[in-house]
Design a protein around this ligand. Structure first.
Ligand code: PMV
Length: 336
């Protein structure tokens, strides 16, 4: 029942999990073992534009390269640069579009993706990327899907993308159904305008193992993973309550312990998954030092070496002073 427009477009924010998603119970449907809770990053994320491939429009910037590509192939641009169809970036997008192609005329698409996320900051661009892609598809096809459906579709591209269809605090319910019909994200209605996130670009060292393989290896081989689902279940409740009561200490402590526990499960996998670099370790110790000196700041880390700081507006000047080069995000003040 598609009613395609000439082009669809959408923006989706990146997000950072305070209670992490780590481990799949179904790899094809991206169904998680545990529920997770995140904060979206306001106007930092991905804008995507999508249309049926049209030689006349597409060939403006790179005519030769475009003409060499069969018209059944998607033209995928990242920050204005045409990506090779063999690149993992283009292949992930095309594989995802294959799910919808039969209902949209079986054509090649032109997809233009712009990320305004600092590339080396270790912020998941796959989360905002697949959320923006699904929302652009919905806009293009005129489906008018509700957010919950968009969240489930984005989940198929990347688990964390299920959370990027909303602003603010977001909970992704793991669900129990084998078909994934109850595995979607939901926005928590609480605002916290004083909430700040600091991003430290420590290193752009490539990740040794992507999140998909990393999760599978952890679930299969890590003895510490056995305690993870129970801990995550407890942490998500504590964080929910902390958001509701604006108890920043409880939120920060739980988020930091959750992230380091996830890294403990990774390290006890075999072969070991060590995403932390020497720079990450130095920063973890520095956060502990400044906290011992009375500055209330906590950290979280995803499947990579970079550190994200959590603090409140009242500590902003002191945190910026302690961590030179920090990029500060105000998730509730910069909603587009
Ligand atoms: O959505 P994926 O497959 O890129 O996995 C994300 C995993 C973490 O970033 C480590 C945790 C999370 O909940 O975002």
């Amino acid at each position: 029942q598609a009613n395609p427009k000439a082009a669809g477009s959408a923006f989706a924010p990146s997000n950072i999990a305070l209670c992490k998603y780590w481990g799949k119970r179904d790899a094809a449907l991206n169904l998680p073992i545990n529920s997770s809770l995140s904060i979206s990053l306001g106007d930092l994320g991905t804008r995507t534009e999508l249309r049926i491939r049209d030689e006349g429009i597409a060939s403006t910037s790179s005519r030769r390269a475009v003409e060499a590509m069969p018209s059944s192939l998607d033209l995928v641009y990242l920050n204005d640069a045409l990506q090779s169809p063999d690149s993992s970036f283009a292949q992930r997008i095309s594989a995802f579009l294959d799910l919808f192609r039969p209902m949209l005329g079986n054509a090649g698409f032109e997809v233009r993706t712009e990320n305004n996320i600092p590339t080396a900051a270790g912020l998941a661009s796959s989360a905002s990327g697949f959320a923006a892609l699904v929302m652009a598809l919905d806009d293009f096809a005129g489906w008018g899907l509700e957010r919950r459906k968009l969240s489930m579709l984005a989940r198929l591209g990347s688990g964390s993308a299920s959370r990027s269809v909303y602003d603010g605090f977001v909970q992704w319910h793991a669900g129990t159904h084998p078909d994934g019909s109850d595995s979607f994200a939901e926005k928590l209605s609480f605002q916290w305008p004083e909430f700040r996130i600091g991003i430290l670009e420590l290193t752009d060292a490539a990740k040794p193992v992507g999140s998909r393989d990393g999760m599978n290896r952890t679930v299969e081989t890590s003895p510490l993973y056995r305690s993870w689902p129970t801990q995550a279940g407890r942490d998500i409740e504590t964080i929910r309550r902390a958001i509701q009561e604006k108890d920043f200490s409880a939120l920060g402590q739980t988020a930091e312990q959750n992230a380091l526990s996830m890294h403990a499960t990774m390290m006890s996998a075999w072969p070991p998954l060590i995403y932390l670099q020497p720079e990450s370790m130095a920063m973890i110790h520095q956060v502990q030092r400044v906290r011992a000196d009375g500055l209330e700041v906590y950290l979280t880390i995803d499947a990579g070496p970079n550190i994200k700081l959590l603090f409140l507006e009242e500590s902003e000047a002191d945190v910026a002073g302690s961590f030179p080069g920090l990029k500060i995000i105000k998730p509730f003040e910069e909603v587009p």
